[in-house]
Design a binder for this molecule. Structure first.
Ligand code: AMP
Length: 309
């Protein structure tokens, strides 16, 4: 099957209690495509960078089987830049700088070869760009998933609501779910957000796992308790990439399989946070992924003897 990813390809500067980076490669689209490439081999990406972006990184993506025909390189322009600082708990962060640069006037052209994409992952990017890609596809994919962040809620709520109404699955974190719905209770927030369009909703809760809402069902997946979280940047995107890569490779949208996909997403995110930026996602071994999945199975497994008197 085939997965089309749309999302920022960026330079990030990150500060965590463990250290500080200069500009390193990041971006929602980069993390998603790398994570999903471990499951789905037919991978395409639509994004834009400036001529300051390293050719080596495009080679890294190609080496992982990601086709970059849809990744525009704009001569004389600068790549999107984001800078963030994590608090001591590593669960919350402040955005210090967002320079849209090439993203400001990005026109997401869809190469002819991408027209038959069966699965679409709209990573974090302007909601107008996200909806433009949907309308430019001749055929609706089997599943359209989307991520977003508070930045777009603050500056483009109208466009965002319109895009949310067009997708099947929304993947956001707890803080974003609360801001989007105006509700503190995540269960109430989930009901309101699903009323906006998406039949399926995933709310990520950082080191506290993720909730999947489908029809009347709720599934909770833990995050792996890690001794050290080095850099959480991109964990959410990596989760989405693992999830969609697994869904695209299996083509099964049943509740049971969506649950499995949440576990694959969580496992990929647990690798992402072990190093700065995309480093950990560049050459994972299949055995590393499967043994981590086994740890997820074990950590939530128990034998229940129901005793009610
Ligand atoms: P995450 O940690 O999963 O929320 O994603 C972090 C990534 O999102 C970083 O690599 C940033 O480059 C990217 N990012 C941050 N802000 C934006 C934005 N407003 N639009 C698109 N991508 C962004």
């Amino acid at each position: 099957m085939s997965l089309l990813t749309v999302g920022s390809v960026a330079f990030d500067a990150i500060e965590t209690p463990y250290g500080k980076t200069d500009k390193i490669v990041g971006g929602a689209g980069t993390f998603i495509a790398l994570a999903s490439s471990y499951f789905e081999k037919n991978q395409n990406i639509i994004s834009v960078v400036g001529d300051d972006f390293p050719k080596d990184t495009l080679d890294d993506l190609n080496r992982r089987g990601i086709d970059t025909k849809g990744l525009q390189v704009k001569e004389g322009e600068k790549t999107f830049f984001w800078s963030g600082k994590y608090h001591n708990d590593m669960n919350s962060r402040d955005t210090l700088i967002t320079e849209l640069n090439v993203l400001e006037n990005f026109d997401p052209l869809v190469p002819e070869e991408y027209q038959d994409s069966e699965y679409l992952m709209l990573g974090n990017l302007s909601p107008l760009v996200q909806s433009t890609v949907i309308t430019r596809l001749n055929k609706r994919p089997k599943l359209i998933a989307m991520d977003t962040m508070n930045f777009w809620m603050d500056i483009a709520m109208g466009d965002l609501e319109k895009t949310i109404s067009m997708v099947d699955l929304l993947i956001i974190n707890d803080e974003e779910a609360r801001q989007l719905s105006g509700e503190y209770s995540l269960v109430k927030a989930a009901r309101l957000i699903r009323g906006m369009g998406p039949k399926i909703l995933i709310i990520k809760k950082g080191e506290h796992g993720a909730l999947l809402f489908v029809k009347d069902e709720v599934f909770f997946a833990p995050a792996l308790p890690l001794e050290e979280v080095f850099d959480p940047t991109g964990a959410g995107d990596t989760f989405a990439g693992g999830f969609m890569g697994y869904i695209a490779s299996t083509g099964d949208l049943s509740f049971e399989n969506l649950k499995r996909a949440v576990i694959y997403g969580s496992a990929m995110a647990s690798f992402c946070v072990e190093k700065f930026g995309t480093e950990r996602l560049l050459d994972l071994k299949n055995e590393e992924i499967s043994s981590r999945i086994e740890r997820f199975v074990r950590i939530a497994d128990f034998d229940m003897n129901v005793l009610v008197k």
